[in-house]
Design a protein around this ligand. Structure first.
Ligand code: FAD
Length: 452
């Protein structure tokens, strides 16, 4: 077989390169950016992220789970910050050992690239930006003017995928839709305290929910926190609604933070610089079909199914794509002449991954509303407390969040189906009860078990 081409040495592309090389394939990876191991990572683009079980399972398959978890900070729950500055920890799960991990995007990506390069068959080519692709002839064009022909291309070139754009332009049956939230995001920072100490709780994902907008913060190993402000791009000039477009000067920005994030403001000495220098990112969902053409090109990761970041699953889902491909290759060994029936593998990949990607994409949007609105709602908090109790008491109870985040054995679509049914039931129970002591756990679990 000729060399396989992967476009994008991001998270999915680098992990895929390792997996294909482990199976004895020769792989060329083309990446538009320079080698991040020799320079600084891009400013203001999700510096850290939440790694959870689906992603960890994929890293385990290449022997990198322990190594990466050693470089991560466990986050056991959501620490809610009220406007008055009070805090309350809502655990992610009632079970020990079920937590998510804050990990550096650049650190993870660099480790994956370094691991990929340990295989003689892998070559990473940097500063090679794909600008066009002809799916019929398998010809790739680069902005440098270079062209390259390949019979097998994996497009892991992220949410703005150039390969996907080429399929959209050249394949009649290709359908593409993207939907952007009215909210954007901006990365800010809480620096470390003295001697690298953490100025707010280290082992939590912090949330300042404010209904129409919110801020979150994830810890970094050096004692700092990366904060992300999610806010509408625009709001009517005559309304009280804040927006990025209304925050045009330092005085207005500080007044906004004094009003909404008063406990965080004193911890953010570089707020104004970060705010006015860092880019405002867009948040969108990418939906397209098909993901493969004639078994010659496959879209995966964000290129196939970018999602909003509110479930912390985009990378985990992209890693799960790679894990699924692996399982399919495992289940369908090469023909006697060494060739692989990529078309049937890609068809099976699409069948398995499309409904699951759609499920997590929609749950990610729902979670936006949960994080900015519902986590501050007393009935929702009571439901979370009930779920924690059920998880502590019954081995077979998993909240929707737990099913998505800690059950890599359960497809996203099934987590969504079960989760929606039980959420509805438990919210009803909580709305009818004055407090948790009024809810009988035995009857609650019996009702949940009867749902599926
Ligand atoms: C604010 C924010 C927070 C997030 N938090 C989380 C989180 O906590 N947990 C989680 O699981 N996910 C999170 N995500 C989602 C996650 O970042 C993505 O799902 C993940 O990066 C997808 O991996 P990928 O390899 O498909 O794409 P990418 O990581 O984007 O990699 C694509 C690669 O392709 C390269 N490339 C792009 N165009 C070209 C081209 N034309 N030619 C050659 N190379 C090209 C890029 O330079 C890049 O290296 C977050 C996203 C955002 C925006």
């Amino acid at each position: 077989m000729d060399r396989i081409v992967i476009i994008g040495a991001g998270l999915a592309g680098s992990l895929l390169a390792i997996n294909l090389a482990k199976r004895g394939n020769a792989v060329d990876v083309y990446e538009s950016r320079g080698d991040m191991r020799t320079g600084n990572a891009a400013r203001g683009r999700s510096i850290n992220m939440a790694l959870s079980d689906r992603g960890i399972a994929a890293l385990r398959e290449v022997g990198m789970d322990e190594y990466m978890l050693n470089a991560a900070i466990p986050m056991h729950g959501r620490m809610i910050h009220t406007p008055a500055g009070d805090t309350k920890l809502l655990p992610y799960s009632g079970r020990k050992g079920e937590y998510i991990n804050s990990i550096s995007r650049a650190g993870l990506n660099e480790a994956l690239m370094t691991e990929a390069e340990k295989y003689a068959g892998v070559a990473l080519h940097f500063n090679e930006q794909v600008s066009g692709f002809d799916p019929a002839g398998g010809e790739l064009e680069f902005t440098s003017g270079r062209t390259l022909k390949s019979d097998l291309v994996f497009a892991a070139d992220g949410a703005g995928s150039a390969v996907r754009q080429a399929l959209d332009a050249n394949v009649a049956a290709f359908v593409y839709r993207s939907e952007f939230l009215e909210h954007g995001y901006k990365e800010l920072v809480i620096p470390p305290g003295e001697n690298g100490s953490f100025l707010i709780e280290k082992n939590a994902l912090h949330i300042w929910p404010r209904h129409k907008f919110m801020m979150i913060a994830l810890p970094n190993l050096d004692g700092s926190f990366t904060c992300t402000l999610f806010l509408a791009h625009d709001a009517a000039a005559d309304s009280d609604e804040p927006s990025f477009s209304k925050l045009t000067d330092e005085a207005g920005l500080i007044a906004f933070f004094e009003r909404e994030f008063a406990d965080a403001l004193p911890l953010m000495p570089t707020l104004a610089e970060d705010f006015f220098v860092n880019p405002t990112g867009m948040l969108g969902t990418v939906d397209c079909s098909p993901w493969h053409v004639d078994g010659r090109v496959l879209l995966l990761g964000d290129a196939a199914h970018a999602m909003v970041p509110f479930y912390g699953q985009g990378m985990n889902c992209a890693f799960e794509d790679v894990r699924t491909l692996n399982a399919l290759l495992q289940g369908q060994p090469p023909h006697a002449d060494g060739t692989i029936d990529w078309r049937s593998i890609f068809e099976a990949f699409e069948r398995e991954r499309m409904p699951n990607a759609a499920a997590i994409q929609s749950m990610a949007i729902e979670n936006f509303y949960e994080m900015r609105d519902k986590v501050a709602d007393p009935i929702f908090q009571q439901k979370r407390a009930l779920e924690t109790r059920l998880e502590q008491t019954y081995d077979d109870y998993f909240s929707k969040y737990s099913m998505v985040t800690f059950r890599e054995d359960l497809p996203y679509s099934e987590a969504k189906r079960r989760g929606n049914l039980q959420d509805e039931l438990l919210m009803r129970l909580c709305a009818d009860a004055a407090d948790l002591s009024e809810i009988d756990a035995e009857s609650a679990i019996a009702a949940v078990r009867a749902l599926y």
